[in-house]
Design a protein around this ligand. Structure first.
Ligand SMILES: [Zn+2]
Length: 255
C-alpha cells in the first residue's frame, strides 16, 4: 500500500505545485488567483482542462502551446515534479499523520517563494501571513500551547540572527546585501526547525548558492540573485536530514 500512497502523495504534490506556481506568478502582478483560467503567456490562449494536467500535458504537447506552438517554460514541469517529490518526501517521513501538517505547510511556503523570488525578487506577505496563522493553529493542535510559544521564540531568534547578518553585510558591502524577505523567511525556518537549523541553513544556502551565483553572473546580464531559493532548498535538506546542532555541541563537550 505504501507504493500506492506514495503515488497519491506525488500526484497531489504536482497538482498543488501547479497551483503554487500560479500563486507565485499572479500575486506579485495583482492578478486574481482563483476563478480565472490559466492561459498561454504568448498567445493568451485559455488552457483546456487537459492542458492543465501537471507534467503530463507538457509531455503530450511536446513542451509547446497547442495553439501558437511557442515553447512552454521548462520551469513549469520541473517545478511540478519538485513539488510532487516534496509531498512524497513528507509522506515517506511522516505518513498521513497530523505531524505532517507543519512541514507540509512550511514546504508549501518554500515552493511559492521559489517562484515569486526567482521571477520578481519578492517573498510575499500575502503568502507568509496566512501561512503563519495556519502554522500556529497546526502547532497548537499537534504540540500544545507551551511548545507553540517556544517555536515562535525560535522563529524570532532566527529572524534576529538574519537581521544581524544583513546589517553586517550592508556595512561591509556598503549596499543592501539582502532583502527584508529573507529575514521573514528565516522567521519561518526558525519557527519550524529551531534557530540552530535556521542558522545552519544560511551556511548551507551560501555553499549551494556561491557556485551557482558565479555561473549565473557570468552567463546572464544580471547582478541581482535572490537568496530565498537557496535558503529554502537548504532548509528543506535540513528538514529531511534530521540535522540537530546539539549533536555538534555534544561532540565538542565530550571531545
Ligand atoms: Zn500560445
Amino acid at each position: 500500500m505504501t507504493i500506492f500512497y506514495s503515488i497519491v502523495a506525488f500526484v497531489y504534490g504536482t497538482i498543488f505545485g501547479s497551483f503554487y506556481n500560479v500563486l507565485g506568478e499572479r500575486i506579485p502582478e495583482k492578478k486574481p488567483v482563483v476563478m480565472t483560467r490559466s492561459e498561454c503567456p504568448h498567445c493568451k490562449h485559455k488552457l483546456t482542462p487537459i492542458e492543465l494536467i501537471p507534467i503530463i500535458s507538457y509531455v503530450i504537447q511536446g513542451g509547446k502551446c497547442k495553439k501558437c506552438k511557442k515553447k512552454i517554460p521548462t520551469f513549469y514541469p520541473l517545478f511540478e515534479i519538485a513539488s510532487g517529490l516534496t509531498f512524497l518526501a513528507v509522506y515517506l517521513s511522516y505518513g498521513f499523520t497530523p505531524q505532517a501538517l507543519v512541514p507540509l505547510t512550511l514546504l508549501s511556503v518554500f515552493l511559492i517563494t521559489v517562484v515569486s523570488d526567482l521571477n520578481y525578487l519578492l517573498i510575499l506577505d500575502e503568502v507568509l501571513i496566512p501561512a503563519f496563522v495556519l502554522l500556529v493553529i497546526e502547532m497548537l493542535l499537534v504540540e500544545g500551547l507551551g511548545d507553540t510559544i517556544l517555536h515562535i521564540l525560535h522563529g524570532l531568534a532566527a529572524a534576529g540572527i538574519m537581521a544581524s547578518i544583513k546589517l553586517m553585510g550592508d556595512f561591509m558591502f556598503k549596499k543592501e546585501s539582502m532583502g527584508g524577505g529573507d529575514i521573514k523567511l528565516m522567521f519561518f525556518i526558525g519557527l519550524v526547525l529551531g534557530w540552530p537549523s535556521a542558522l545552519m541553513s544560511v551556511f548551507v544556502a551560501s555553499l549551494i548558492g556561491f557556485p551557482i551565483s558565479l555561473a549565473v553572473l557570468k552567463y546572464h546580464k544580471t547582478n541581482v540573485i535572490p537568496f530565498g531559493p537557496f535558503l529554502v532548498v537548504a532548509a528543506g535538506i535540513l528538514l529531511f536530514s534530521g540535522f540537530d546542532i546539539r549533536i555538534f555541541f555534544n561532540m565538542l563537550v565530550n571531545y
